[in-house]
Write a new protein. Structure first.
Length: 338
């Protein structure tokens, strides 16, 4: 759900949404920098930053070791967690009992005690172990790096682990797959908070795709395919130009001169989802764009996005975004309040 993150509790004073990044010993510098890069860019129409990003440690301010040949100076202690609207835990390779036994150290437990109820929580890669050990993920879905998913599931059997996705948004707790999937997660949070236009602007400035399609299946090591074999790129480009039309699987397969069976298998290998799932995602994205940027009727948006009827669009948009098309337009319509 969209919230007005730029005002105080009564909406009477500007206040940027505070993101506190928890820097743990053995952290990966790349992942630590992702929240600062993504959340550090969005501004409102008056040039004010929409997010305030700070870094803290589980100890008083000082040096924190990384997995590289340098350490970093962290300016805030764990008390900063009490000021957070969102807490992000990047990956670390030195979590000790958290990795081995699924329990927090006394130091880490004391730090997390500062987190206020209702604070949004997120993890990048193996940072999910911290959220899991703290009990935030019990009975909930989560993801992590595909290479670590089996161990994570064994250690935390009460969590529903999905190793096939880049990130999972479960409302107040979000988790991402490994490394660069942290970019996807942070862009998603900006998109959820501020809409597609703001998130896309951040993506352009960061020189990354605003939304990567498919899941981790794309990145799991497999035998290298014969370079002479066709891919599904042409079919995807063909379909994107015709989202408003009925598209049959056999028509997509025909663009690559493949049988439906071969095309479906190759498509899933390359994209990580089935052709039907991919088409639905593209149509949802098309509908989002039209809802944000036009005043077209719901029937017209549904037709242009290829859903056929407004009722069909409503079902798919609500399933994907958690809100109805009408509610989404009311929140994210370009030209509305930022």
């Amino acid at each position: 759900m969209h919230t007005d993150l730029s005002t105080g509790a009564r909406g009477d004073a500007f206040r940027p949404h505070r993101v506190v990044v928890l820097a743990l010993d053995g952290l990966l510098p790349f992942e630590l920098g992702i929240p600062h890069r993504i959340f550090g860019q969005p501004k409102d129409a008056r040039g004010r930053r929409l997010y305030d990003v700070v870094t803290c440690s589980v100890r008083p301010p000082g040096r924190v070791a990384t997995d590289a040949d340098f350490s970093i100076e962290v300016p805030h202690g764990p008390e900063a967690l009490a000021t957070a609207d969102t807490v992000i835990v990047p990956a670390s390779y030195e979590l000790g009992p958290v990795f081995e036994e699924g329990r927090l150290t006394e130091e880490l437990a004391a730090a997390l005690a500062f987190v206020r109820p209702g604070t949004r929580l997120a993890s990048i890669c193996t940072g999910v172990y911290v959220l899991a050990a703290a009990g935030y993920l019990d009975g909930r879905p989560a993801t992590t790096h595909w290479a670590d998913a089996d161990r994570f599931q064994r250690l935390f059997p009460r969590i529903r682990v999905d190793a096939d996705v880049l990130f999972i948004d479960d409302g107040d707790v979000l988790t991402s797959a490994g490394v660069a999937a942290g970019i996807d997660l942070c862009l998603h949070m900006v998109r959820r908070d501020r809409g597609t236009a703001v998130a896309n602007d951040v993506a352009r400035r960061t020189v990354v795709p605003p939304h990567r399609h498919g899941g981790q299946a794309q990145y799991i090591d497999r035998p290298v395919p014969d370079p002479q074999l066709a891919t599904t790129t042409t079919a995807r480009a063909w379909a994107l130009k015709r989202l408003h039309e009925p598209i049959q699987l056999r028509d997509m397969a025909g663009q690559e001169a493949m049988s439906v069976r071969t095309f479906t298998r190759r498509f899933r290998e390359e994209v990580g989802v089935s052709p039907g799932q991919w088409l639905t995602r593209q149509r949802v994205e098309r509908a989002r764009h039209l809802l944000e940027s036009t005043d077209l009727s719901m029937d017209r948006v549904a037709a242009d996005a290829g859903f056929g009827t407004a009722q069909s669009m409503r079902q798919h948009v609500q399933a994907a975004l958690g809100v109805t098309p009408t509610a989404y337009r009311r929140t994210f319509r370009v030209g509305g309040a930022v």
